[in-house]
Design a protein around this ligand. Sequence first.
Ligand code: FE2
Length: 315
Amino acid sequence: MSQVKFSAFADLHHFPGVFYSRAEERLDFIRKRAEKEQVDFVISLGDFCHDIYKSAHVLQQYRDFPMPTYHVFGNHDADETTYEEVLQAYGLEKDFYSFDLKGFRFVILNSSYMYKDGEYFNYSKGNYFPHQDKREYFSQEELDWMQKTLFESPYPCILFSHASLEREFDGGDGAVHNKEQVMPIIREANRRCPGKVRMAINGHMHRNGMSIQENVVYLDLNSSTYDWLPKKHQFFPEEITKEYNLADHTVIVNDPVHAVIRLDTDGTIRIDGMKSDYFMGITREMTDNVRYDQAGRPASAEVLSVHFKMFYDQQ
Ligand SMILES: [Fe+2]
């Protein structure tokens, strides 16, 4: 039996002048916990920042962690710059990739493709903004690679993507648009070898939730920074809303809620989340916004904790 432990956080959203993210403090918190827990690696589930040049120091801070750090590509990472510049800044050769560690294969997917006129395009300089009905796809090349990577893996696999594989596509942007092409791959991998795909973790929705479907654990990882509000509020003082021009569209968690996850090859899964509270005590419920998202999940200042064992019967 072998065991791996990693730290996962999502949606840091560093964007000076726009969001009151305090990303430096948050990363410092995540690093200290990762060191204390002696994790094997740390992974960002996407939307780390909106502008790699304005975020160079936090990218460096993340690179300087004493353990390996990884990036998942999120829809906002290339809002202000090109896709190629982001890949380079994140130290990635490709936007989807995998690595093997301690008896597991970690498969990093990019759910941020636009599908237009029969072609897939990477998000680059916010090119997807005018095409809201064509976003959150996996590319065909990526799906082919994913199938090969899962089927040929000698190890159980953990999937990471910014958008959710668990949520049903409902015309919104939370779920992967071509989910019906993804699920048969996962299903077939698990039919051939039960327990091949054990877990899929996503960010993007800024919600805290978990479900188990067809013996795969899906973790909806909360944002380590804020919850987005379509309708703004007026609770924050002017010195904040003046300096951060979209702060009034957010409620902000005081601490970077995230998870330390321990997996054993015997099927044991331990997620140690954390609880925080909201900056200035301002919650979504106090604002003029609906409480629940499309999946019925409320905003919360926490990431769940749970410890259980899955059994993967040989067929
Ligand atoms: Fe996102």
